[in-house]
Design a protein around this ligand. Structure first.
Ligand code: F6R
Length: 652
């Protein structure tokens, strides 16, 4: 398997080198790491397209097994592009989808039938009769016979030439949840709780996620001549490690792919990050040591042998595959001191720089003493959740702090909150003598709109506006509490977000222009933005892409020479200690103030609409993460703080 760094869109993932497992790897299945999910997806699409063309040239049909979910979206996008621009025809293609929720109507917003038509079938020249997707409306008593006929149709078509797969956090392939055997065939299956929690984002709430699904079996999948499993984002890292390196077992059905002779896992660097050869390459073979790898290795060693940096010995290094590092650095003593100082220098109580001080060993510049700071917050509460302590410090230390809320966040407000606010406004208007027309009508209209809304249908524009204003009010209150000037609070309401649905539009020029304009207006010395990349298709990533695109367009402007960009995390995951460039300690008192600022976001508390797969409330997640970072710094032998907010510098 070759992945070309120079031209990532031409990754060669042909199967010719199959069976090859590098002795430096612990993986029991061929694994390719693409530079990013876009190039990985393009490579998969190219292999599919080549196969379709090869078969067409030979006058044969090409039988594809297809998956849904976030993993294959870009593959379908690329296939559609190839159809439009490169003349790729689907006339000889027969498809079988892996699975479908049960019960579900094909036209339902979340059905896999709809997904496949929206992402692929409606845009290519595939024959209708060649598309097969498990039917989510079949009578329960007919399912066994239906499942058998699904299997027979695959066999009659000549078997699957190529099956593409995603992987669930349970390790499922298709919907073959833990417990599925190697011999399983197409059938009705009960979805695992974790799978339902992950699907809740599409169904708005867990209760609406179907409890069962019809899925091809493991055996059905294993009969495919070629299998490609895709995984993008750090959320997949731990299951990819288990699937690729673990023992084969029904507990993790994707491990069965290790026994398939022609399977490749295609990952982006985040999804591959837990593989032994990536996470701890010194345990696998010789390493080319650079500063980042040295930092990572030393921090890992501390945790592994449970010692602070300055107590690591030559023996610790030698016993853990790092003797070449010792040779390079001459001794444990030398490397310990260097790594300790490096970590020590990331800590600062002055995130905007300490005025009148030597800043040669500080993460931020001393000058200018009073900085213009622009904090981008994807949703109206990420600022305080992820960097509330630092925000308070920046304000307290006299910097001109601006916050820009990138999206309205209007889909994440409960209906009963919208009704409560409409009721309040109506009562208020009535109490100051407005006729019941305007006042009473507002409440009645919102009530009627919400009653009309069934299941998964969209909120009316009216209700969306109220929900957006609820979040805007909460954000303004949190900013007031934190001491920001009202004119420094910016609500960007980026258009890409305003679909009213969980599925957003891709970031566009209009979004980038809004971000660019604000940066030009503020001319910041510091920009903070959310570097949460756990979900490659989430709003945080899209918002970050928008900022990076705007920076790219502005970077030649003189004011940008003076602008440093810092990435925060916290709402969904945290930086590892070896990744941190600036660590801002938070005292117990500041932590209380931060919590208070988060509490202003009442619509995001107690039964929030999009809980994600973490049961804790946002303030609890933030505190746990900040306390954990502090503990990890303490374990490295640095000072012991109550909590720490962490940042990584982005160089443009
Ligand atoms: C979808 C399917 C599932 C998904 C898996 C990963 O047809 O069968 O196995 O591939 O749940 O989902 P995403 O790609 O959304 O992370």
């Amino acid at each position: 398997m070759k992945i070309s760094e120079q031209n990532p869109s031409t990754i060669d993932i042909s199967a010719h080198e199959l069976g090859f497992i590098d002795e430096k790897r612990f993986e029991k299945v061929q694994t390719a790491i693409a530079p990013n999910s876009i190039s990985g997806s393009k490579a998969v699409a190219l292999e599919i397209a080549n196969l379709i063309r090869e078969k067409a040239d030979a006058g044969e049909n090409c039988v594809l097994g297809l998956a849904t979910g976030s993993s294959p979206i870009r593959v379908y996008e690329e296939l559609v592009r190839m159809h439009r621009e490169d003349g790729l025809s689907f006339q000889n293609v027969i498809t079988f989808n892996l699975d479908e929720y049960y019960p579900i109507l094909p036209e339902a917003e979340q059905s896999y039938w709809r997904f496949m038509h929206e992402h692929l079938f409606d845009h290519v020249d595939i024959k209708k009769e060649n598309v097969h997707i498990p039917n989510g409306t079949i009578n329960k008593e007919d399912i066994s016979a239906y499942a058998k006929s699904y299997e027979d149709t695959i066999v009659d078509a000549g078997g699957l030439d190529l099956q593409i797969l995603g992987i669930g956090r349970t390790g499922h392939i298709g919907f073959n949840e833990p417990g599925s055997s190697l011999k399983s065939r197409t059938r009705l299956i009960t979805l695992d709780h974790i799978t339902r929690v992950d699907a809740a984002k599409d169904f708005v709430e867990l209760e609406r996620v179907p409890r069962t699904a019809v899925t091809m079996g493991v055996d059905t999948i294993m009969k495919a001549k070629r299998i490609i499993l895709m995984a993008w984002g750090s959320g997949k890292a731990s299951i990819i490690k288990k699937a690729a390196e673990g023992e084969m077992s029904t507990e993790i059905p994707s491990t069965f792919l290790q026994a398939h002779p022609n399977t490749t896992f295609v990952c982006d660097p985040e999804a591959a990050s837990e593989l032994t050869r990536i996470k701890t390459p010194w345990l696998v073979g010789e390493c080319e040591w650079n500063e980042d790898l040295k930092r990572k290795a030393v921090h890992w060693l501390c945790r592994h042998v449970n010692k602070p940096i300055l107590k690591l010995t030559d023996r610790d290094y030698n016993d853990h595959g790092m003797s070449s590092l010792l040779t390079e650095e001459t001794s444990a003593y030398q490397i310990n001191i260097r790594m300790f100082n490096q970590a020590q220098h990331t800590i600062t109580g002055w995130p905007g720089g300490k005025p009148n001080c030597d800043d040669s060993h500080r993460p931020e510049r001393a000058e200018p003493a009073r900085k213009r700071v622009l904090i981008f917050s994807p949703h109206p509460d990420d600022d305080v959740i992820s960097m509330g302590g630092t925000l308070l410090r920046l304000v307290d230390q006299g910097h001109e702090v601006h916050v820009a809320y990138q999206t309205s966040g209007n889909i994440a407000v409960n209906d009963h909150d919208a009704l409560r606010f409409a009721d309040f406004i109506s009562d208020y208007l009535k109490s100051i003598g407005h006729g019941s027309d305007a006042a009473g009508d507002l409440f009645d209209q919102v009530l009627a709109d919400l009653q009309k809304k069934k299941g998964d249908s969209l909120d009316s524009a009216h209700v969306r506006q109220i929900k957006g204003l609820i979040r805007r009010g909460e954000a303004k209150a949190a900013c007031r509490y934190s001491g920001l000037k009202p004119e420094h609070v910016h609500h960007l309401d980026l258009p890409f977000y305003e679909t009213g649905k969980v599925k957003k539009n891709p970031i566009g020029e209009a979004d980038i222009a809004i971000i660019r304009q604000l940066i030009e207006e503020v001319q910041p010395h510091q920009i903070y933005c959310a570097g949460d990349l756990a979900d490659p298709h989430g709003t945080h990533k899209v918002c970050l892409d928008g900022i990076f695109a705007a920076i790219e367009q502005l970077k030649s402007k003189p004011f940008m020479q003076d602008c440093w960009v810092w990435l925060y995390r916290g709402a969904w995951h945290e930086w590892e200690t070896y990744e941190i460039d600036m660590a801002v300690p938070i005292s117990p008192d500041e932590l209380r103030r931060k919590r208070q600022a988060i509490f202003f976001h009442q619509s995001q508390k107690d039964g929030v609409v999009f809980q994600g797969n973490d049961d804790r409330e946002f303030w609890q997640r933030a505190e746990d993460r900040n306390k954990d970072t502090a503990q990890r710094y303490d374990q490295l032998g640095l000072a012991e703080y109550e909590a720490i907010e962490a940042f990584k510098r982005y160089f443009f």
